[in-house]
Design a protein around this ligand. Structure first.
Ligand code: KG4
Ligand code: ZN
Length: 342
């Protein structure tokens, strides 16, 4: 079984082909980072135009890399949301055109579900599993019971965790995207100096599993206090920030496990762009080891946005007969689970 996947929800234009033996037969990706960097964030209009300019060429390259023709495909999948609507429409319309021209079924994939199911492409993860979804737009703890079956345990009440990384990084003078830039400073950081930087841990200890990161921006602004930071101070701050964010995420996960049957959930999967963070993954691994849980983090190139995850989610849906009509709509918002379990 061969599925073509297309990803255009944010600032990566990506196309991939995967098969049902979990081989990634083609994986092409064009990052628009340089286009957006001068603005300190993603500009939707620029993103949509860049997807439009490059997507057809990337589809051709992926087909070449996989050494297949459109006839060989079983289905065409695309992220149909959530995301920046202009970009989503470019990817979904291209997928519809390919599906129509090649007489193949279309699978509209939820971008968050694609992140969530990546662990099943890279590792032998069975349902149900506990999922920490941490990206530029989302921060959620979910139980994944099956394809399309998600139970929301907790989510951010303000900023997403990737957004918090990006915003504080910008405040200390680092380029976009801030997550990887802050992580790069860690080897230079001084643990003792970092421990003196006092950052809040909102909602830690609370009874539910929700997150809050907005207070970190204000605390960062106070800590900077309008001065010019030295390279050493920036590195020490980066370490303090990593500790704080990891403490918050771990506290909320511990809470989720208190509420739920740990015996039922044998694996914790981390997914989304922030899952590329090695510091966080090391903390999560220790957390899981102490509780007898398996820990799975996909390789970095499959944590941040890519099309292999979309093709794989498309394959999982296609296998279950979940295909879509050609009039399926692009969705700026598309939650994985509508309501928090009581
Ligand atoms: O999943 P993703 O590629 O796009 C969205 O769907 O949002 O996530 C992008 C986010 C950005 O906020 C970026 O700063 C963050 O993931 N990120 C990281 C790292 N790599 C990417 N955050 C922390 N550490 C990293 N190494
Ligand atoms: Zn994403």
């Amino acid at each position: 079984m061969l599925i073509l996947g297309i990803e255009t929800t944010c600032d990566e234009t990506a196309v991939a082909v995967v098969d049902d033996r979990r081989d990634i037969r083609a994986h092409v990706l064009l990052s628009q980072l340089d286009d957006h960097r001068p603005y300190g964030g993603v500009v939707p209009e620029i993103a949509a135009r860049a997807h439009l300019d490059h997507l057809d060429g990337l589809v051709a390259r992926a087909m070449e890399e996989a050494k297949i023709s459109f006839d060989d495909l079983d289905a065409v999948a695309a992220s149909a949301g959530p995301g920046l609507i202009g970009g989503v429409m470019v990817g979904l319309m291209t997928a519809k055109a390919l599906a129509l021209a090649a007489h193949k079924p279309l699978v509209a994939v939820n971008h968050l579900e694609a992140h969530a199911l990546t662990a099943r492409l890279t590792n032998d993860v069975v349902f149900p599993f506990l999922l920490l979804l941490v990206s530029g737009g989302h921060c959620q703890i979910l139980i994944v019971r099956g394809v399309g079956e998600y139970e929301l345990l907790g989510e951010t009440i303000d900023d997403a965790v990737g957004e918090a990384f990006d915003k504080v990084a910008k405040m200390i003078g680092l380029p976009y995207p801030g997550g990887p830039e802050l992580e790069k400073l860690l080897p230079q950081a001084n643990e003792t100096a970092a421990a003196t930087i006092d950052l809040p841990r909102p909602l830690v200890g609370r009874k539910n599993c929700d997150f809050s990161f907005a207070g970190l921006k204000t605390a960062t602004r106070h800590w900077i206090g309008g001065r010019d930071l030295s390279a050493q101070e920036k590195a020490d701050f980066a370490l303090a920030f990593h500790h704080t964010v990891s403490d918050i995420l771990l506290d909320r996960l511990a809470r989720a496990l208190q509420e739920r049957d740990v015996a039922e959930l044998k694996t914790l999967v981390v997914a989304g762009g922030v899952a590329a963070n090695r510091f966080l993954c090391a903390r999560l691994k220790t957390f899981c080891d102490a509780r007898g849980l398996n820990f799975v983090a996909p390789p970095v190139r499959l944590c941040t946005d890519n099309a292999a995850m979309v093709a794989w989610a498309g394959l999982e849906k296609f296998r279950l007969g979940q295909i879509d009509d050609l009039d399926v709509a692009a969705r700026p918002r598309w939650p994985l689970a509508m309501e928090k379990a009581s």
